[in-house]
Design a protein around this ligand. Structure first.
Ligand SMILES: [Zn+2]
Ligand SMILES: [Zn+2]
Length: 325
């Protein structure tokens, strides 16, 4: 019998359905877990994604791509296999992909987390025989605190800086993290306006159209012309961590919001402060999820996974890799 999923240079390939999951190259048919750029590329013949990713995918793909949105839980047939999308709790619309062929079930997790996040659909456990899990933070030292707590600390940091007349510049990935912070701040104090880099605006629009409540925002003007941002909070993508960009705000404090801030020194990355806010599963979430899927076979991808693989093998699970195409 031919394998249902294989590993090829272009990514995970399903021969019976003739599609690639999160392809790294241009392929005729792509099934995409979510709209982060390391999970798809432009120029594919056609795309399938969750309906709530559709807006984000169209924003990120150039030209007039052919993209089909599929509701969470709805089953479609591609060739001889059944495919469905299930929430992954990572960013808006992020999905795990369930592939069923001849009674055998495979789930490709994409990126996921289990912690509460008001900016996206909560993770759903999907029972399967083979679970292909991300392993970004597959190390026993990775353990997150609840996101609400971390975002409340961001609020306090902003307040402290404001009292000292400083502008708080918080760097976060432009899609996902930035909206999670805005949703969290909106829930804390819905009225206070947050400044954002203009790059974030189209993504914020997608989230608002999807009905996600974000704190009110205003784009940082290109030229301040003597205008003061005194005491403001500014959210911007990490590529703008350049004094030439933020010095014009006057006295500033910079910070980075990322899971890496639980494991690394923020100063080494050039930030005054770090907030450990992750959109990936930590060690215990990985173990919990693998157990809850009931999978007897586990395959890891995205990350350094030897510690996890050893741990799972010790518990009697089969840890393997996909056959090469
Ligand atoms: Zn991602
Ligand atoms: Zn990723």
């Amino acid at each position: 019998m031919k394998p249902v999923l294989t590993e090829s240079t272009a990514g995970v390939y399903c021969p019976a359905g003739d599609f690639y999951i999160d392809p790294r190259r241009r392929v005729p048919r792509a099934v995409v877990t979510h709209a982060h750029m390391d999970h798809f590329r432009s120029g594919c013949g056609e795309y399938y994604c969750s309906s709530s990713s559709l807006d984000l995918m169209k924003l990120r793909l150039r030209g007039s791509p052919q993209v089909t949105g599929v509701e969470f839980g709805e089953q479609i047939e591609l060739g001889d296999v059944k495919v469905s999308f299930h929430p992954a709790g990572h960013i808006l619309g992020s999905a795990q992909i369930r592939v069923e062929a001849a009674g055998e079930v495979f789930v490709v997790s994409g990126d996921y987390k289990r912690g509460a996040d008001p900016s996206c659909e909560p993770f759903e456990v999907v029972p399967c025989d083979t679970f292909i899990t991300e392993a970004t933070f597959a190390r026993s030292g990775a353990a997150w605190r609840p996101g609400e707590e971390v975002i409340a600390e961001v609020g306090k940091w902003w307040e402290d800086n404001r009292r000292e007349g400083k502008v708080s510049v918080l760097y976060c990935y432009v899609l996902g993290k930035l909206q999670r912070v805005l949703a969290g701040l909106g829930a804390l104090d819905g009225e206070r306006e947050v400044f954002i880099h203009r790059d974030a605006e189209p993504y914020n629009d997608c989230y608002r159209r999807a009905g996600i409540q974000l704190a009110p925002t205003r784009i940082v003007p290109r030229k301040l012309d003597g205008w003061s941002l005194g005491g403001a909070l500014v959210l911007a993508p990490p590529k703008y961590l350049q004094p030439s960009w933020y010095r014009r705000f006057g006295k500033t404090e910079t910070a980075f919001a990322s899971g890496w801030m639980a494991l690394e020194d923020s100063r080494k990355r050039g930030y005054d402060k770090g907030f450990a806010l992750s959109d990936h599963a930590d060690w215990s979430e990985l173990l919990q999820t693998i157990e809850e899927t009931g999978a007897s076979n586990v395959i890891t991808c995205h990350g350094e996974s030897s510690e996890l693989e050893e741990h799972l093998a010790g518990r009697g699970l089969v840890v393997s890799s996909l056959p090469r195409a």
